[in-house]
Design a protein around this ligand. Structure first.
Ligand code: 4AD
Ligand code: MG
Length: 431
């Protein structure tokens, strides 16, 4: 008999199936034993009556949490059962029986303890749906870009230059030459976009950030896109369409997981209804000040400022046209006001912070040299990047979406560390 997964049980009502998984919990009621088994796709209750053979009955009584097992039984629809279906068990066979109690009980544990046991914690009731939602977020991003004719293309992770400022670079010794872990694939995407027109990639990037917040990781995944002949306004529309597509896909494909996390899918759907809000940096500063958060024109946004914007709009908001001096060298100045650049940060609702940073790019060699100079960056390592402005330069724009921040928002997580299987934070390299 071939294996059936818990998520497919509704298609097998009345049939005998084989479930292979791990024992989550068990209890008894009179002469009946209940075993709750998980297999990665869901949880199902097995009902073991004294009619089962004695070895099976004995296992249902004695197997400890996280025993791996095979369980044969007949599928029964029962609205009272967890997941809506249960198995009338004929036979259980143990695959591996732990000799020590599972370190994570069903009671509460501290965060430090859980993160030290992340390799085991990820099996738990709230963690599994989060990782399944993450899968759907990544899948939806790929689907969106693929449908729109973007070409997936890769960028190097070991690089010789900074993209997002020099303070958060991880250095390494590249056979005697200084090298860094990439903070963003953008500069390389600008090259491939001149070859392929519309490109994207999804991959890990690295920031040696000394910030210990619920929104920052040291290693995180970014989904980045770059499009030739796309201007600032078109860039915002592309981002809005992407975010809406991702949220709507996840709400549709992962309804059960959102429910398990007690996340209100209707609220999510409403938050992404068109159009997203759009305000300028100047307007944002006034709004934030109006909500009593201390901030001055020329300051970057802290967590409090982002929260104030979240509360103001209750849906995603683009903050456009930041002062040039707050942003990196590659952003194009607004021709009507060179003090600001043609960029936007997309701030998520409910205090999940900035989920996208993007801009139209500097597209002439002259401007690029000037802006490298303004930021005291050496020209020589950016030789290849300057080349892109020498042959067939075009207006072009792109953005980077923080995958874990989007997962945290959709799943309603209190902290970004649960949005990735193995978080790298300021103080954590284990496991
Ligand atoms: O705003 P950022 O720094 O933009 C860039 O790196 C551009 N080069 C992207 C581009 O235009 N192609 O980062 C993009 C997004 C942020 O909006 C945020 O969502 C996320 O990446 N992010 C982080 N997520 C988790 N931990 C961190 N330390 C993050 N830093 C940025
Ligand atoms: Mg940013």
């Amino acid at each position: 008999m071939s294996q059936v997964y818990v998520e497919d049980l509704p298609q097998h009502v009345g049939n005998e199936v084989l479930i292979q998984g791990w024992l989550w919990n068990k209890r008894s009621s009179g002469k009946v034993r209940f075993v709750l088994v998980r297999d990665g796709t869901g949880w199902v209750q097995g009902v073991v009556t004294p009619d089962a053979d004695s070895a099976t009955f004995e296992l249902a009584e004695s197997l400890p949490q996280e025993s791996s097992l095979r369980m044969w039984g007949t599928v029964r629809a029962d609205p009272r059962a967890p997941g809506g279906h249960e198995l009338l068990v004929r036979k259980i066979e143990a695959v591996h029986i732990p000799q020590q109690p599972f370190p994570i009980g069903l009671k509460e544990h501290g965060v430090g303890f859980l993160m030290d046991h992340r390799h085991l914690w990820m099996r738990m009731r709230k963690q599994v749906p989060i990782l399944r939602i993450r899968d759907s977020v990544l899948w939806a991003i790929r689907e969106f870009f693929h449908q729109r004719g973007f070409v997936a293309t890769e960028v190097p992770i070991i690089v010789g230059t900074a993209v997002e400022g020099t303070t958060t670079l991880f250095s390494l010794d590249y056979f005697g030459q200084p090298a860094y872990l990439s903070q963003s694939g953008q500069l390389y995407l600008e090259a491939t976009c001149a070859a392929l027109g519309k490109v994207y990639w999804i991959g890990p990037v690295f920031r040696a950030e000394k910030s210990k917040t619920r929104k920052h990781l040291i290693e995180f995944w970014m989904a980045e896109a770059e499009q030739a002949f796309l201007d600032h306004q078109g860039n915002l529309q592309l981002q809005e369409d992407l975010v809406r597509y991702v949220v709507e896909s996840v709400v549709r494909c992962r309804a059960r997981e959102l429910e398990e996390l007690e996340r209100d899918a209707t609220k999510l759907r409403e938050e992404v209804r068109p159009p997203f809000a759009r305000i300028t940096y100047d307007e944002a500063i006034r709004l934030i000040q109006g909500r009593g958060v201390p901030i001055h024109h020329g300051d970057d946004f802290g967590a409090e400022a982002e929260d104030a914007l979240s509360q103001e709009f209750g849906r995603p908001v683009f903050v456009e046209r930041f002062p040039r001096k707050l942003k990196p060298f590659y952003m194009k100045k607004d021709p009507t006001n060179p003090q600001v650049v043609l960029c936007a940060d997309l701030i998520a609702p409910e205090g999940y912070g900035e989920i996208i940073g993007g801009s139209q790019r500097v597209d002439t060699e002259q401007e690029l040299l000037e802006q490298l100079g303004e930021d005291n960056l050496p020209v020589e390592p950016y030789g290849w990047y300057l080349d892109l402005r020498k042959w067939g330069s075009v207006p072009h724009s792109g953005f980077g979406l923080g995958v874990e921040r989007v997962v945290a928002w959709i799943a309603g997580l209190p902290h970004i560390r649960e949005a990735i299987p193995f978080a790298r934070t300021l103080t954590r390299l284990y496991p």
